[in-house]
Ligand binder design. Structure first.
Ligand code: WQD
Length: 343
């Protein structure tokens, strides 16, 4: 089966996607500069699938390295581009780093593949919607000015891809707009590895539960939602990984209806912060120490996706529920503490 380049393949979503690509009979090839991931993930993937994926360590901002790699790998017919800086808060403090890294890497890849037919799956985000006026939010909802440089890099990247697909027939592109990826592989051998203090809710919950953090702060309970805390569409990372395989398959089977398509990848169900905390406690039996605090700047109030297009066009829908999201996230945190696999 086809060789698929996975940039950022030792990262959280990337590593889970590499596993699902191997399970589906594809041959993933990883490029990662290990700036936000650990090379030990390769061994973990091999423990799950029996296959250690081919790995190349370099920075996609290095144009010559990207050109050389693509030239030396004529049998790569598809790629999934995860490699990017992705912390909302950090992007506000370091906009130049974010624009440079996220745009140079994307443009170098597009340029290097310009002479071949290429199936290109891009990691986008529901962040592009901002606070939607109507919920659930559909793919045709207006893209609103992002609240952060990170969100802006996703919006502009989608425009770059759309313009490229319009200009050149050899690029077959799908952008997947993720909602909130959470959880870990059922084996507990791979999962989210936040560097430093976690920005996202679920890793902060599991680190509090394991004793690494003192308590979880709920960022605001005065939103216009049933329990006052903000609502998101949380999706299990394994479901998300499978959506990437479905997207590659759609392109390989020439089922795309246009050279550039966009799909919402979520569960279609919104859950509040307090509901997530309760789901964690009931799924794991671990009581969580949390307090209510002020809202976090830049947060939107509520978002969940209309995922009907992904079902009808990609033939994909999320299968795993919030209990499995919380159970697997906790099992991964316990594994990290007990086995310390990355030293
Ligand atoms: C979820 C909810 C917080 C931490 C961002 C990006 C998105 C993707 C995921 C990269 C919010 C609340 C959080 C905490 C809390 N990033 N929260 N206490 O901000 O929805 O999405 O991360 O791919 O593109 O936009 O995710 O997990 O940070 O927050 O109350 O300690 O949990 O206010 O309501 P977010 P999150």
């Amino acid at each position: 089966m086809s060789k698929i380049l996975v940039t950022g393949g030792t990262g959280y979503i990337g590593s889970h996607t590499v596993v699902e690509l191997q399970n589906a009979g594809y041959t993933p090839v990883i490029i990662d500069n290990l700036s936000n991931s650990n090379k030990g993930v390769l061994k973990q993937i091999a423990s799950i699938t029996g296959n250690s994926p081919e790995f190349h360590e370099f920075d996609l901002c290095n144009e010559q390295k990207v050109i050389e790699f693509v030239k030396n790998n004529p049998d790569i017919t598809g790629l999934i581009h995860f490699a990017a800086s992705k912390a909302v808060g950090e992007s506000v403090e370091e906009p130049i780093k974010y624009y440079r890294n996220n745009f140079f890497s994307l443009l170098n890849l597009l340029n290097a593949f310009k002479d071949r037919d290429i199936n290109f799956v891009f990691s986008s985000s529901c962040t592009v919607y901002g606070q939607p006026k109507e919920l659930p939010v559909t793919e045709s909802a207006p893209v609103q000015k992002a609240e952060s440089p990170y969100g802006n890099t996703k919006q502009v990247a989608e425009e770059i891809l759309s313009d490229t697909a319009k200009a050149f027939a050899n690029y077959h592109i799908i952008a997947l707009r993720y909602f909130n990826p959470v959880g870990a592989h059922a084996s507990a051998l791979i999962g989210e590895l936040p560097l430093g203090v976690p920005q996202n809710l679920v890793p902060f919950i599991t680190q509090t539960a394991i004793g690494k953090r003192e308590k979880v702060t709920v960022f605001g309970n005065d939103y216009d939602t049933p329990d006052g805390s903000a609502i998101r569409d949380y999706i299990h990372v394994v479901d998300l990984a499978k959506a990437h395989v479905a997207a590659i398959k759609r392109l390989e089977e020439h089922k795309a209806k246009a050279n550039y398509e966009v799909f919402n990848i979520g569960t279609g169900k919104g859950l509040s912060v307090l509901e997530i905390i309760r789901a964690f406690e009931s799924s794991t039996g671990v009581k969580l120490n949390y307090q209510i605090g002020p809202r976090r700047a830049g947060d939107i109030e509520k978002v969940w996706g209309d995922v009907s297009k992904s079902l009808t066009e990609l033939g994909w829908k999320a299968e795993l529920d919030v209990e499995e999201m919380m159970r697997s996230a906790w099992a991964w945190e316990v594994y990290l503490k007990e086995k310390n696999p990355f030293g």
